[in-house]
Write a protein that binds this ligand. Structure first.
Ligand SMILES: [Zn+2]
Length: 146
């Protein structure tokens, strides 16, 4: 962890109003949506979680339908089961956001401008789901399975 330790705080950074909403998604379960127009390349928040060691953490979540585990390195992962709204970010093969791992923190940035009301998505890459996961992003060039 860095010297300035904000972990454990669920509040938004001062001066930065939350512009995101969580509601049901046509991709999967609940999703994260833009509550206002978001500019490109802007940090919009962070996924909070508990640091776990791999591969034990992977075994722990095997078989769960919803997995909120972000692998930070070959040995560590962030368990975001209670990680705030951004854990509901769905996958898209053409995402409008990306995750940036800084030490043991996972920050969420927009890739491009996102219109008010659009769902925010990231590219999960590989998932720890055993059978792979079916993709329902419906974007052109969808990989179908993760
Ligand atoms: Zn897809």
């Amino acid at each position: 962890m860095s010297g300035k330790n904000h972990s454990g705080s669920r509040s938004h950074p001062p001066g930065q109003r939350s512009c995101i909403e969580v509601r049901s998604s046509r991709i999967e379960g609940r999703g994260v949506f833009a509550g206002c127009d978001l500019p490109a390349r802007r940090k919009i928040g962070e996924i909070h979680g508990v640091l776990r060691m791999l591969p034990a953490a992977r075994r722990q979540v095997e078989g769960r339908t919803r997995i909120y585990l972000i692998e930070l390195s070959a040995r560590t992962a962030l368990d975001c089961t209670h990680g705030g709204p951004f854990r509901f970010l769905n996958h898209s093969c053409r995402p409008n956001c990306y995750l940036r791992v800084q030490r043991n923190r996972v920050e969420v940035y927009t890739l491009r401008r996102v219109d008010h009301g659009s769902e925010l998505t990231v590219d999960y890459g590989v998932t720890p789901h055993l059978e792979g996961m079916e993709c329902r992003c419906a974007s052109p060039g969808c990989r179908r399975r993760l």
